[in-house]
Every structure is written in C-alpha cells, then in structure tokens.
Design a binder for this molecule. Structure first.
Ligand code: PDD
Length: 286
C-alpha cells in the first residue's frame, strides 16, 4: 500500500522515511503534546478547536511553540492535501526538540503532522453498545494532551483482556473522570451529566454539549462510581469513536443492557451536525 505523507520539521516525507533525531526531548523525556482531529469527506472537523487545544496543551507545559494558529492550520491542510483520503485522522505532535544535555529545551521544538486513513466505523458498536472497565488512575496534568500514555496503554491492554473496548479512570474519591482516550457521560431522565474537572476537554464532548439543549439539561459535575447503578444510559465520546453507548461497566449492566434511545438521539444530532458542516465546506456543484 502507498505510504501516507507526513510533515516532519519543515519537510513532507513518506511515512516510512519520517524520523526524529534521537536526542529529541519527546523521546528522551516524554516532553511533548499532541492533538488528533479527523476529516469527513475531506473536510477537517473543528480544526480550530483542535489546534487551539494543542496550543493550550503546549502552554500548560511551558513548551513555547513558534507557529501561529493559522500557520498550524495551514500546515495541517497542506499535509492533508498531499494525501488523498476522504476520511483520515490528522495527528499534530509537538515535542521539546533536540537537547544537548538531554534535559534542557533549546528552543527548537519539533513539529510533526501525520495523516492516516480511517477504516469505516463498525456500526455494530452503535447498535450493540460496548463494555468498559474501570481502573484507579489520576493523570498528572489531565487538561494537557501530553504524549505520555503509559498508564493508558496498560489500562487498555487490561480492558481488552477483559473483553472491554475502553478503560475508564477512577480517582481517589471513586469518581469516574474519563476514559483513556475518551470522555464519559451518563444520562438520568433529561439530565446529561459529564465531569468538568480532571479531564481533557474533548472536542466531541464539547460538540455533544452544544447539541444537547433543549432536549437535555447539562450538568457538568463529578460522577460517583456508586451512582452508575442508577443511570438510564451511559456513553463515551472521541474524535474517532463519535458517541458509543456503554452497556456494561465492570460487572454492572447499564439500563437494560442495550443501548438506549437518548444516546441514539444525541448521536443522530451529532451526525446531522457533521453532515451540515461537511456540506457547508463542500457545496454541491451546480
Ligand atoms: N484521544 N480524553 C483523553 C485522555 C483523550 O486522549 C481523548 C482523545 C479524549 C477525547 O477527545 P476528542 O473528543 O477531542 O477526541 C478525552 C485521541 C483521539 C487519541 O488519543 O488518539
């Protein structure tokens, strides 16, 4: 298969030629941030939100990035244009760059942009829902999309061994915060509840909250593990997963064990919004 084209520090290169010097602080010390967005029919979805979150992540770890928001957007669009995928993820990675003492940033951060085709989503996931597990973990800087995913990789491996799609994090107060790569929501009556703190503010989460009124009252607040027994529905969100109903958490069955109508309704509205955004950017040729 033809290799995708990536952007690496000023050059467009084939994926199998993409490389970073080994003295990069991203490799040596895990000092870096990233962000992932996707395209629908060639149109980047909420590009500005993702680029701003990347900048915000960098700011929070004192990683100064010399590119403006517009430059980052243009580089992302150009990398996309050099590939030819209708549906792709665009992964921005910024690391601390080379360091001669293997510790101090020298003001030359590395920027990489990877474009990867997305296989079609398995629609069965939306019809049947998924199982998730929980694990105790508090991310060091939850609002930063840092490249350090050690705990996440371990948690997902464990979850998959238990037949689950995703692992959710629980904090010291036994509150469920988010998933390893997803945000978490529950629905009780007309209330849509999702944690507001100790989480990465997902763009899918943001869009879901924008689309919720007037059908739902949005309650941004912690979700205690014990209250999961009493919720009507639950779901996880992310750029590549959209909204996936959760029908089982550890041994606990959610609702009647099948995806409920409210998540389906929200997902429908999400897809309508995506369609609207995509057709605005790609007006039909008359
Ligand atoms: N993950 N929480 C965490 C910790 C995440 O890593 C992600 C995204 C999300 C959801 O954010 P969004 O809706 O903007 O995708 C929440 C990406 C997709 C990843 O790690 O590949």
């Amino acid at each position: 298969m033809r290799q995708p084209i990536y952007y690496v520090n000023g050059k467009f290169v084939r994926a199998n030629r993409a490389a970073l010097p080994i003295d990069d602080l991203g490799i040596l010390r895990g000092y870096g941030v990233f962000d992932v967005l996707r395209t629908y029919d060639g149109v980047p979805f909420r590009l500005r939100d993702h680029v701003e979150r990347l900048e915000n992540s960098a700011r929070q770890i004192d990683l100064e990035i010399p590119w403006s928001t517009e430059e980052l957007e243009d580089l992302g669009r150009e990398t996309l244009a050099r590939n030819d995928y209708a549906n792709a993820t665009v992964r921005y990675i910024v690391t601390g760059g080379p360091s001669s003492n293997f510790m101090t940033p020298e003001g030359k951060p590395s920027l990489m942009i990877m474009v990867t085709p997305i296989p079609p989503i398995d629609e069965n996931l939306y019809k049947k829902g998924c199982k998730v597990t929980t694990t105790y973990m508090v991310r060091e800087r939850p609002t930063v999309k840092s490249i350090g995913y050690i705990g996440a990789i371990m948690a997902v491996e464990q979850a998959q061994r238990a037949g689950a799609l995703e692992a959710l994090y629980k904090n010291e107060r036994n509150e469920v915060t988010e998933g390893t790569r997803t945000n978490f929501f529950v629905i009780k009556d007309d209330k849509l509840i999702t944690p507001a703190h100790e989480v990465l503010e997902g763009v899918t989460r943001r869009v879901t909250l924008e689309l919720a009124p007037p059908h739902f009252t949005v309650l941004p607040r912690p979700i205690h593990y014990c209250e999961l027994r009493y919720v009507d529905e639950a779901f996880i969100t992310s750029t590549t997963k959209e909204l996936i109903p959760v029908v089982q958490i550890d041994d606990m069955v959610i609702g009647d064990g099948r995806p409920g109508p409210k998540v389906a309704q929200l997902h429908q509205r999400f897809r309508e919004y995506v369609h609207q955004q995509t057709s605005l950017a790609n007006p039909p040729i008359k």
